[in-house]
Design a protein around this ligand. Structure first.
Ligand SMILES: [Zn+2]
Length: 285
């Protein structure tokens, strides 16, 4: 290569290289986008949902969400979604132990909680109980012990918005539980998350509101890449539509997972996006 040609060739190489990166981050138009499973979907119904059913189904379709873990306060929203399940949208219903918003901070001390759970359970289709909020010693309450006994008897999964001490207590009560860990500790250090996944094989980490996965430029952090590659079968995505604003930005929230999924080995990305939920909830392919 002579000196005169070196710069244009270098620029050409940089250009080709950037094309290559672009192609890796964004699937070609002909390539179908990864199907997504939303493992943290609230369809709250108090007294009516933010988004009517038909619009919600259209939103899932447009966003590439082909399955949801549905729960709501009260459970009416989950029943309505479950009645509309189809091949285009598989619905995994979870029983929420709340009737009204205030239950979030008192359900674990309210004996009425078990009445609600037993009544709702009669529908016969709930795969689990949650999302419930439970921290520290709150997990030692007799109501929680009753709920765990019930879940154990009926082989139900749990969806817990919990800190590490509460999870430790839940696993002590129900050692072979499968617990979906809402938000994966929010900002808990990656090595602590690693320790929890190592300690509890039944723990499945759901990633809504989880900080630290990417840096400000959107590049996946080395800690989180390591976690995803070490435990590719232990992560789920979620929207957490707990307030209206989350419904208003639903397409962006779920869409924001795609750029970092595209930075992972394709098989790992497929498992986190859909495959882990498919295995856990026995979804149709
Ligand atoms: Zn939630």
């Amino acid at each position: 290569m002579n000196g005169e040609n070196a710069l244009p060739r270098l620029l050409l190489l940089v250009f080709l290289f950037s094309l290559g990166l672009g192609a890796r981050a964004q699937p070609a138009a002909s390539e179908p986008a990864l199907p997504l499973f939303d493992a943290h979907l609230h369809y709250n119904w108090e007294p009516s949902p933010r988004v009517p059913l038909d619009q919600a189904l259209e939103l899932f379709k447009r966003t590439g969400v082909r399955g949801i873990l549905a729960n709501s306060r009260p459970n009416a929203g989950t029943h309505a979604l479950y009645a509309r399940r189809s091949e285009a949208l598989q619905v995994v219903p979870f029983l929420r132990p709340y009737r009204v918003r205030a239950d979030v901070t008192s359900w674990f001390n309210n004996p009425e909680t078990m009445t609600l759970i037993r009544e709702e359970f009669r529908h016969g289709y709930f795969a689990g109980i949650g999302e419930f909020h439970l921290h520290g010693d709150e997990a030692r309450s007799p109501v929680v012990a009753d709920m765990i006994r019930f879940a154990r008897e009926h082989r139900m999964m749990l969806h817990a918005h919990s800190d590490v001490p509460a999870l430790d207590i839940l696993f002590k009560l129900y050692p072979d539980a499968r617990i979906i860990w809402a938000h994966t500790g929010f900002s808990l250090q990656a090595d602590e998350v690693d320790r929890m996944l190592r300690t509890y094989p039944g723990l499945i980490a759901e990633l809504s509101y989880r900080g630290g996965i990417t840096d400000s430029s959107g590049t996946i952090s080395s800690d989180w890449r390591r976690l995803f590659e070490k435990y590719p079968d232990r992560f789920l995505l979620g929207s957490d539509t707990w307030i209206d604003e989350r419904w208003d930005s639903y397409a962006r929230i779920m869409g924001d997972y795609r750029p970092w999924l595209a930075q992972l080995p394709p098989e790992v990305a497929r498992q986190i996006a859909w495959g882990n939920a498919a295995r856990l909830f026995r979804l149709k392919p």
